[in-house]
Design a protein around this ligand. Structure first.
Ligand SMILES: [Zn+2]
Ligand SMILES: [Zn+2]
Length: 158
């Protein structure tokens, strides 16, 4: 379908729909707008159609990263320099500053750190998404439990 070497800016949705029938069954489309929020304080990350995070790069610089909330999490703009293959030192909630890094989990692709936060679609279905924090790595997963809930609630609501 797509050449892996040339699609650094390519979108996650290709992979999500290619490999995850759960997403299909749940009718989440690549253009589905996801509301993202903090698992610690419960406040939303969405601002002006972007999900906003505080990031710390390898040099210790603190900046703001804006991510498209259309399942296209790699399409991000940052106020500080981040190399494509850089592992961020930290990703935090813009409200409570709690780290979103999942301490007990590592990316299955490259063993680097992952971050977790909650997303919802049309304010009904809520699920947790775990995302590798290295930009060039596109590994992600949805929590199993929530996937289960997604299937069960496959529905009329949206
Ligand atoms: Zn928070
Ligand atoms: Zn990774």
């Amino acid at each position: 379908m797509k050449n892996k070497d040339s699609d650094v800016t390519n979108r996650w949705e290709d992979e999500i729909f290619g490999e995850n029938p759960l997403m299909k069954r749940a009718h989440i489309n690549y253009d589905t707008y996801l509301n993202c929020w903090c698992p610690h304080c419960g406040k939303g990350f969405n601002e002006d159609h972007k999900a906003v995070f505080e990031i710390v790069n390898k040099n210790g610089d603190v900046g703001i990263s804006k991510v498209s909330p259309y399942l296209n999490v790699l399409d991000r703009e940052s106020t500080i320099h981040v190399d494509d293959d850089e592992v961020l030192a930290d990703v935090r909630c813009i409200h409570c500053k709690a780290s979103l890094i999942e301490q007990d989990q590592l990316c299955k692709e490259d063993k680097c750190k992952v971050m977790g936060f909650f997303v919802s679609v049309a304010n009904s279905i809520k699920l947790k998404i775990i995302v590798c924090i290295r930009r060039s790595c596109r590994w992600y997963k949805m929590s199993e439990e929530d996937n289960e809930r997604l299937i069960l609630r496959d529905s009329h609501e949206w």
